[in-house]
Design a protein around this ligand. Structure first.
Ligand code: SF4
Length: 72
């Protein structure tokens, strides 16, 4: 599974960190995918995820107010 964070669109509201602290943390005024790698302007984390991580990543994707988290 792959989680993509469009960093430039992120408004730093903290929702993803609150819902899914296993995968997201705040870094300055924006969220950051823990261990994510920059690919162009996106931060990408691709690996096996636990069921709990998959669930919280989906919650973050669905609740991000600017829809800048994508699960592929
Ligand atoms: S929920 Fe979306 S806008 Fe808010 S901090 Fe997370 S990625 Fe950024």
């Amino acid at each position: 599974m792959k989680v993509v964070h469009e960093v430039e669109k992120c408004i730093g509201c903290g929702t993803c960190v609150a819902l899914c602290p296993a995968l997201f943390e705040m870094e300055g005024a924006k969220a950051k995918l823990k261990d994510g790698k920059m690919e162009g302007s996106n931060c990408v984390l691709e690996r096996e995820f636990t069921p709990e991580e998959q669930n919280c990543a989906k919650q973050a994707e669905q609740n991000c107010p600017v829809s800048c988290i994508h699960i592929e």
